[in-house]
Design a protein around this ligand. Structure first.
Ligand code: ADE
Length: 419
């Protein structure tokens, strides 16, 4: 078996962490039990480009149990859990190409290794795998059944491909399922980002001014958790509706240039480039801490920060001190890569249970509908989305009401109005 991981000797720790995560992934476990009996993915070659975490391990094991021939590579150079990679290779016989801290060259070599598997199905997080297949591997693209996308940023790229008419196979927008983004993006990112910041810095959040750039679902979750820890939260937005929402949710809203003067901690979750840049570093307070929890490491302009610094040194693991020419220091966390996976463990398994159940069921859906879907970005079918939510509720011991027949009829009628 061909693979590239840090050290197979890490497998015992990885194995117990995978089992620990699995306890909190009951919906995925149910799917795995069914996959074991039905083998709906029998013989399908599948490459997944995902953060190599304990939760991902439970997904790829489920896909293998369903009969797929699975290979896994990292979707970010700094998010890999090396012990998990080791266990997947040693205990699950799943080839992994991922090493925490790999350089960009190795990162892309790992993606190439996943493409060498000639995947018929791809699961992507950020669209690096799918875009390279489209650019350089026309035969793989032509023979592919389709792919899934896990994140908002990846969907922005894929929709641009669709618009240009270059998409060569169907893509299922797993990120856009309700049982994904309302939970993973909001509660997952909210908690894991604060976890990453705290593990990296050990800073007290209470009383700090925390500036959050972007008020999408990730920004909303992050603002909620920062505020819950006692921070004064400032939101920076470009979209007037989101800015209004943030205002009425009780946060300060202002342009980054003003926020830069008052913030103690800055976190970007916009999906766009250079949200924090030179003009902002110029007015930041001494000791300002800057990080990113968006998919790519482009949101913080690190190049300008480097140019403004007379010295860069490591203050702690995942904390780089940029000593500026005027004597102030700005601290950058996790090299500007997503901090929730760089210095913490990403979203907790309880929430990844839903995202990865959707991935597993969307894979089955692609296989079942092979040749019948258009080469477009399509939604997860509503029944799958609602099935995942219902089972999650059930697993949490929560039951809900059903509409009475009278209520059902009322909802499809138009005659009855004011009584
Ligand atoms: N994205 C965010 N958190 C994650 C996790 N725990 N596993 C895989 N992908 C993730």
């Amino acid at each position: 078996m061909n693979y590239h991981i840090k050290d197979k000797g890490f497998a015992p720790l990885g194995s117990s962490r995978i089992a620990w995560a699995n306890k909190e992934m009951p919906v995925l476990s149910l799917i795995r039990e069914r996959f074991q009996k039905e083998k709906p993915l029998a013989g399908v070659r599948l490459s997944a480009c995902l953060h190599v975490t304990a939760e991902t391990a439970n997904l790829v094991y489920t896909l293998k149990t369903g009969g797929a021939d699975v290979v896994l590579c990292a979707s970010n150079p700094l998010s890999t859990q090396d012990d998990v990679g080791a266990s997947l290779v040693k205990d699950f016989q799943i080839p992994v190409f991922a090493i925490k801290g790999e350089d960009n060259k190795t990162y892309y070599e790992h993606i190439e290794a996943a493409i060498a598997h000639k995947p018929q199905i791809m699961i992507d997080d950020g669209a690096d795998l799918v875009s390279i297949v489209h650019s350089n591997y026309p035969t793989v693209a032509k023979e592919a059944i389709g792919s899934m996308e896990e994140t908002t940023t990846g969907l922005v790229r894929l929709r641009a491909m669709e618009k240009k008419g270059v998409l060569k196979f169907p893509v299922i927008a797993v990120n856009d399922a309700y049982s994904k983004y309302l939970f993973d993006n909001r509660y997952g990112t909210g908690q894991s980002t604060m976890d990453g910041i705290i593990r990296a810095t050990n800073m007290l959040i209470a009383g700090k001014t925390v500036v959050i750039a972007g008020y999408g679902w990730c920004g909303k979750g992050l603002a909620l958790r920062a505020s819950g820890l006692g921070a004064k939260v400032v939101v920076v937005e470009v979209n007037p509706i989101r800015a209004l929402e943030a205002t009425m949710d009780g946060y300060w809203v202002m342009p980054m240039l003003e926020a830069a003067k008052v913030g103690d901690l800055f976190c970007t979750v916009t999906g766009d480039i250079h949200v924090i840049r030179k003009e902002h570093y110029e007015v930041m307070k001494e000791g300002a801490v800057v990080c990113n929890s968006g998919h790519f490491n482009v949101e913080v302009d690190i190049e300008s920060l480097r140019e403004m610094a007379k010295e860069v040194c490591k203050a702690r693991p995942f904390v780089d001190q940029y000593l500026l020419n005027d004597g102030r220091s700005v601290y950058l966390l996790g090299e500007g890569r997503l901090i929730n996976l760089a210095s913490a463990e990403g979203h907790p398994p309880c929430v990844m249970d839903m995202s990865f159940s959707l991935q597993a069921l969307a894979t089955e859906y692609l296989v079942k509908n092979r040749g019948h879907l258009e080469n477009r970005v399509c939604n997860v079918p509503k029944e799958i989305d609602e099935w995942v939510a219902s089972l999650k509720l059930k697993s949490m011991g929560i039951s809900v009401d059903k509409l009475t027949r009278e209520q059902e009829e009322y909802l499809v009628s138009w005659e009855a109005g004011t009584v």
